[in-house]
Each structure stands twice: as C-alpha cells, then as structure tokens.
Ligand binder design. Sequence first.
Ligand SMILES: C[C@H](O)[C@H](O)[C@H]1CNC2=NC(N)=NC(=O)C2=N1
Length: 101
Amino acid sequence: MTKDQLTEADRAEALPELLAAGWTMAEDRDALQRRFAFKDFRAAFGWMTQVALLAEKFNHHPEWSNTYNRVEITLTSHDVGGLSQRDVTFARKIDAIATGK
Ligand SMILES: C[C@H](O)[C@H](O)[C@H]1CNC2=NC(N)=NC(=O)C2=N1
C-alpha cells in the first residue's frame, strides 16, 4: 500500500462512497470524520475495542473521543500529513464493524 497522500484521482475514486456512508471531510485539515451513536456505553466501548485491535493490527490509529454512547472519530495519516489509502481502508473496515458486516 502506498505511503503517499491521496491524489485527486484517488479521492474521486474513494471518497464518494465514504461520504455517502456518513463520513465528512474535516474543515480545517485533510482528514475524514464521522460520528457514531450506539445503544449505550457498553456497545460504544465494545465497538471501540474492536477498532483498537484493528488499529494495532494495521498500525494505523484513529483520533477519537467517546461520550457515553457516542464516538467521534477522525482518520488521517500523520506521517504523510493528510489522507492516505490507509485511511480509506480503515474507514471501510470501521463501517463494516459498526454495521455488523
Ligand atoms: C511508529 C509507527 O509506525 C507510527 O507512529 C504509526 C502508528 N500509527 C499511525 N496512525 C496514523 N493514523 N498515522 C500515522 O502516521 C501512524 N503512524
């Protein structure tokens, strides 16, 4: 997987699907953000635990915060200073876990 920041062509290919799924582009930086709401804290933290294990497996880590049943998550690649293919892949996997796929 490339270590580079996404090109315009990469973005045109990958972003529409993620934006349709509920991700938004951060206003102040090259990053993807999404808010998730779960039934309760247990469900939110259980999901976070699965995402944390995934993050360790892929050595790609989210910026996130949790308040009771809500999680706000930001994906960006610190080493390239913006979005890389790793963020796209991670976002898709995160969505798959959240929807139980
Ligand atoms: C040393 C280690 O490989 C780096 O710190 C990794 C870990 N997880 C990471 N996660 C994210 N989102 N961006 C990075 O640049 C990054 N770098």
